[in-house]
Design a protein around this ligand. Structure first.
Ligand SMILES: C[S@@+](CC[C@H](N)C(=O)[O-])C[C@H]1O[C@@H](n2cnc3c(N)ncnc32)[C@H](O)[C@@H]1O
Length: 263
């Protein structure tokens, strides 16, 4: 059986050189040293925005990056998608048109770093936000959408975040997270950590002498996490799976969902 190669086990290697702390929310200070953006970017087509039917030269296309950590992947993905989405179109972007990305994370120091190193402040913004804090987070996301005269994000990225919300807040909050993201986006790109990573995360916390994740033992949703997410999104959120971009080197599928008509 393949070893559970994931952010937890890989990160153990880093402990010796540069202890990232317990990171109970997956808020690793050096995440991109052990999971470089290229691991995911190599699976995502550069033509994605165009393939989804959007014209970045004429429209404002809004991307949302949930749990963006220090922003390295947000910037790399923005560049990855932007180049091709404009070159496939004839006219150059004007004014507001083009790609805009909002990244958020609950860890304020990671967001401060993302803001400080942001090479594209006109088009990429970062805010500290905990998606499980319903009211506050809703207000902030709606305010960003209003500013860009849109009622939803065109593409929401939720990469390597579901496990942390699930372990810290339980089954109901995981489902609520998926429902909320489905509600505010036309398309959702999801990378759900597999169950074996939950066990590694719990083991690691115990080894560091920290108390267990609040919910690990009572989680009823377990097993094939990507399949559970798909089932919830399709049965209860009016979304459908349109494509799988393959699996990362950490054995995680990148699944693309879209909102069905009428939802
Ligand atoms: C493992 S990192 C993944 C970072 C990035 N999405 C990626 O795939 O490269 C998980 C991130 O999710 C953030 N996170 C966890 N729970 C969150 C929540 N409730 N609200 C916002 N961010 C959260 C963590 O702080 C952490 O930076």
């Amino acid at each position: 059986m393949a070893a559970c190669v994931n952010e937890i086990t890989s990160e153990e290697v880093l402990d010796e050189n540069n202890d990232p702390g317990a990171a109970p929310f997956g808020n690793f200070i050096n995440y991109y040293t052990f999971n470089p953006p290229e691991n995911r970017l190599s699976l995502i087509p550069q033509t994605l925005i165009h393939d989804l039917g959007y014209k970045a030269s004429r429209e404002t296309i809004l991307l949302l990056d949930v749990g963006c950590n220090s922003g390295d992947l947000s910037v790399a993905l923005y560049r990855h998608l932007q180049q091709k989405s404009l070159s496939l179109e004839i006219t150059a972007g004007e004014g507001e048109a083009g790609l805009h990305l909002l990244g958020f994370d609950l860890d304020e120091s990671l967001i401060a770093r993302a803001q400080k190193t942001n090479p594209l402040p006109q088009n990429i913004s970062y805010i500290p936000l905990d998606i499980t804090q319903d009211e506050g987070s809703q207000r902030q996301l709606e305010s960003y959408l209003r500013k860009h005269s849109s009622s939803s994000f065109h593409l929401c990225l939720c990469l390597a975040v579901t496990m942390w919300v699930h372990l810290n807040h339980g089954d109901a909050t995981l489902l609520k997270l998926l429902s909320r993201l489905a509600c505010i986006s036309q398309h959702l790109l999801l990378e759900a950590q597999p169950w074996k990573c939950y066990r590694s995360a719990a083991r690691r916390l115990r080894r560091l002498g920290r108390s267990d994740f609040d919910h690990f033992k009572d989680l009823k949703i377990r097993g094939d996490m990507a399949e559970h997410a798909r089932e919830h999104l399709e049965k209860h959120c009016g979304m459908e799976l349109v494509q799988c971009f393959g699996s990362t080197t950490w054995d995680r599928r990148l699944l693309l969902f879209r909102r069905k008509d009428g939802h």
